[in-house]
Write a protein that binds this ligand. Structure first.
Ligand SMILES: Cc1cc2nc3c(=O)[nH]c(=O)nc-3n(C[C@H](O)[C@H](O)[C@H](O)COP(=O)(O)O)c2cc1C
Length: 174
């Protein structure tokens, strides 16, 4: 079999082109073996299956946060609102920074994983399968419980969006 690796491939160009696909922004959270909360900003969240209900996301292989929460066998996806841009950057910093949850209000979901207060939606999952794909894992989760539209002072919550390296909001047309 021939080596089909393209050694001239430009990863900066790959990143720049992929940045043209807008995503929502989530914080995937979980607990470590000592009962401490962990979480990281994840854009690669997707719904996978309705029956059975499954979702997935792709953490980088070697991620300290994923390594910390994987053992618990569960995680919670928190969809950030447009009022939570600060959390997007806070939870994207190096995991060596253990202050991610400082000043962040949360309560445990059924699995024990943190539900962040005032998120647009949250999806609590048990880990069904972890597949290695290139330099990322694909984590497939079975949904245990979920909810959306928490009270935002009487206002409908609006999602946070990420596009070409910047954060913005959603505006409905028509
Ligand atoms: C908007 C946004 C989306 C991100 N999406 C992902 C993702 O899907 N997968 C991933 O591995 N890292 C993603 N990151 C980067 C991680 O948040 C970051 O590498 C991580 O928090 C570092 O901690 P760790 O070393 O514990 O993984 C994203 C960052 C931002 C700002």
């Amino acid at each position: 079999m021939s080596d089909q690796t393209d050694h001239s491939f430009n990863s900066d160009h790959f990143r720049a082109v992929m940045g043209h696909f807008p995503t929502g922004v989530t914080v995937v959270s979980g607990m470590d073996a000592d009962g401490a909360p962990h979480g990281f900003t994840i854009g690669s969240f997707t719904s996978v299956s309705l029956d059975p209900p499954m979702v997935g996301f792709l953490p980088q292989i070697g991620s300290a946060t994923w390594d910390a929460i994987a053992e618990s066998g569960s995680f919670c996806v928190n969809v950030l609102s447009d009022q939570q841009g600060d959390l997007c950057w806070k939870f994207a910093r190096s995991a060596a920074d253990s202050t991610r949850f400082d000043g962040v209000d949360w309560h445990p979901a059924e699995s024990g994983s943190p539900v962040l207060d005032r998120a647009v939606a949250w999806i609590d999952c048990s880990v069904e399968q972890v597949y290695d794909m290139g330099d990322h894992h694909f984590v497939l989760g079975r949904v245990g419980s979920l909810d959306a539209d928490a009270d935002h002072d009487g206002q409908p919550p609006e999602p946070l969006l990420f596009f070409k390296g910047a954060l913005g909001g959603f505006e409905a047309e028509g």
